[in-house]
Write a protein that binds this ligand. Structure first.
Ligand code: F6P
Length: 359
């Protein structure tokens, strides 16, 4: 029997509750005691520490498909690794976490986190001492390397595609183009997937250079006078600043298009968890519990070529580092970015979308 803590950190996404529920059900079945850390690292630094016992009844199965986290993710205004570093309180913050963990007497901690949280976990790994650390990758950005899918991505893709589907009807009624700004931080995975799903006329992502002039030419050639352009939040355009969708809308307006910018924002992190994300939550949870039982530590669950296994956190961290592109000076690349040979790029072009200046 082990005492296992579960914590959700970083931005929320759909699928967190499904993972918590499956970890609790599976952990109890294996004879472990399950606990939840409330509010991410806030729960590890509060006095007394925010820890609650979890049982199969804590989170009913029918509620486990709803978005958000039953354990919550913490408040952006309170102290975390980044703010502690900025205010010079890192040592104190790390000390508090270490003390809390000792007080809680956990044997293992399952962190359900995104790229930032998992990288910070790796960087500060010594504070977890002997507590076994097993991570489950979750993020709508899908910017965690060494896994083909992250928890929450499928639901986010569904949410964004559904949002564009709805806008398309207004676009059609008003002979108008909508530039929809997608989340994704520095990557274009979410934009690319949702864009292909909803039949967007253009998909602009940070990984691929594009020209406003070429975009306009492409739209002018369209048999329709309406449609959707997806602009990933991470794109840049020379001579412009501000939100991605606003920059593109300005360029199109200048060229005579009837255009509006639209911002689905955090709706992309909401929505009932899709079946695919629930299944991923089940598979990752089982793998995380296997890792605890096998005494693995500093590992992350991962889906690679259809199989779920664990990979060392250190390998994930190293694989995600930015490096300079050998072919393009000043261009930084990472394994977490959309690669130039991503199959959905050619699929998008094949169905008539402009995706930037690709060969
Ligand atoms: O990492 C998830 C994410 O939703 C990004 O896509 C986005 O850039 C960011 O978090 C938004 O963060 P916040 O909720 O703090 O505005």
């Amino acid at each position: 029997m082990k005492k296992i803590g579960i914590m959700t950190t970083g931005g929320d996404c759909s699928g967190l509750n499904a993972a918590i529920m499956r970890l609790v059900a599976g952990g109890m079945k294996r004879g472990h005691q399950m606990f939840g850390i409330v509010d991410g690292t806030d729960g590890l630094t509060s006095t007394p520490p925010g820890i609650i016992p979890l049982t199969a009844g804590s989170l009913p199965a029918e509620d486990s498909r709803i978005a958000g986290s039953f354990l919550r993710n913490g408040n952006a205004n309170t102290k975390n690794f980044e703010t502690a570093a900025k205010t010079g309180k890192q040592k104190e913050f790390r000390g508090q976490i270490k003390k809390s963990l000792e007080k809680m007497g956990l044997d293992a901690l399952v962190i359900i986190g995104g790229n930032g949280s998992l990288s910070l976990t790796h960087t500060h790994r010594e504070i977890y001492g002997d507590v076994q650390l097993v991570c489950i990758p979750k993020t709508i950005d899908m910017d965690i390397p060494l896994t083909d899918r992250t928890l929450g991505f499928d639901t986010a893709m569904q949410q964004l595609a559904a949002y564009c589907d709805q806008l398309m009807l207004t676009a059609r009624s008003h002979h108008r183009w909508f530039v929809v700004q997608a989340m994704g931080r520095d990557t274009g995975h979410l934009s690319l997937h949702a864009g292909v799903a909803c039949g967007a006329d253009a998909i602009l992502i940070p990984e691929i250079k594009f020209k406003a002039e070429s975009l306009a030419k492409h739209l002018k050639k369209s048999p329709r006078d309406y449609g959707i352009i997806i602009a990933a939040e991470g794109i840049r355009l020379r001579g412009h600043s501000g939100a991605a969708a606003d920059m593109i809308a300005r360029e199109l307006k200048k060229r005579g298009f009837a255009v509006r910018a639209a911002f689905p924002e955090h709706i992309q992190r909401a929505g009932d968890t899709t079946a695919a994300d629930r299944i991923l939550a089940s598979r990752f949870s089982e793998a995380a519990l296997d890792a605890v039982d096998n005494n693995e530590t500093y590992v992350m669950t991962s889906l690679l070529d259809g199989a779920v296994k664990t990979v060392p956190l250190a390998e994930m961290f190293a694989a995600g580092e930015l490096t300079e592109d050998a072919k393009i000076p000043d261009m930084m690349v990472s394994n977490s970015f959309v690669p130039p040979d991503h199959p959905l790029l050619s699929a998008a072009v094949s169905q008539g979308a402009y995706v930037g200046e690709i060969k």
